[in-house]
Ligand binder design. Structure first.
Ligand SMILES: [Fe+2]
Length: 263
């Protein structure tokens, strides 16, 4: 007999993205921010990502001195070496990064080399506060000037920022200046509320999204990540490959200007 409560067949990203999936934004390392509190939590996330078909993941702990202690990049690298050493060939590969809260010291910190880069290139993952006006009007110009110096800005979870939810022309301007727009996967299924969900799908539909990431803080949300990937695949398999495999792979490899973009 057919078990009446059998789960819907689980979507397998490997069938669609042969290179595997790539995650440029996660809080998988323990004890650094609001990610897992212990090492076992980190291993659990890695196991979950592996099962979903992730080949590489960036550990991007929050860099937000108002909320969390500032960590030396070396501390992040040491934690990565610790778990990577135990796992050997078992994926996903972990690369270092950080999610930088934009503030008045951003440019100074960037110039003095204290900001964590995302992957192998001159790329920085930047987030803003949730309040209206958190993205300064001059930020478009900042992004453009940095691009001229070969420095790329990835805007973390663009769909969750009030300023971009209210005015998507700003997304266009930022992208014209070279900004790369990242969407959180769980936004696609309402994980961050209705406005974020609406904006995420609008950005996808008008081609303004450049990559999708897990932004995972614990393994508890792994099923929701799987569900979100399934929704994305159902919407457009080619876009799933571009957003969850090709583009994050290029960014993490340091080829951030080679990503496939809809203009
Ligand atoms: Fe994050």
């Amino acid at each position: 007999m057919i078990w009446p409560f059998a789960k819907k067949k689980r979507f397998n990203p490997r069938d669609i993205a042969p290179d595997g999936l790539f995650d440029a934004h996660s809080h998988l390392l323990w004890g650094l921010d609001d990610g897992p509190s212990d090492r076992a939590g980190t291993i659990e996330i890695l196991d979950g990502l592996h099962a979903l078909g992730y080949a590489q993941v960036a550990a991007t702990p929050h860099r937000n001195p108002r909320m969390f202690p500032l960590h030396e990049l070396r501390k992040i690298e040491t934690a990565i070496e610790d778990v990577a050493g135990e796992r050997g060939d078992l994926g996903p590969e972990i690369v270092a990064g950080g999610e930088i809260m934009f503030d008045d010291s951003f440019i100074d910190d960037l110039e003095n080399g204290s900001l964590p880069r995302l992957g192998a290139g001159s790329t920085y993952l930047v987030e803003f506060g949730a309040h209206p006006g958190a993205i300064p009007n001059a930020f478009e110009e900042t992004v453009f000037l940095l691009q001229a110096r070969d420095i790329a800005i990835v805007i973390a979870h663009g769909e969750r920022h009030y300023d971009l939810q209210q005015d998507q022309r700003r997304v266009d301007l930022l992208r014209k200046g070279g900004a790369i727009i990242q969407i959180d996967l769980m936004s696609l299924i309402g994980g961050y509320g209705r406005e974020a969900m609406k904006t995420a799908w609008l950005l996808l539909e008008n081609g303004s999204a450049d990559l999708v990431s897990t932004d995972l803080h614990s393994a508890a949300h792994m099923d929701k990540i799987a569900e979100s990937l399934g929704e994305l695949a159902e919407w457009d398999e080619a876009e799933l490959v571009r957003l969850a495999s090709t583009n994050p792979r290029l960014i993490l490899a340091g080829d951030q200007w080679e990503i496939e973009r809809h203009e």
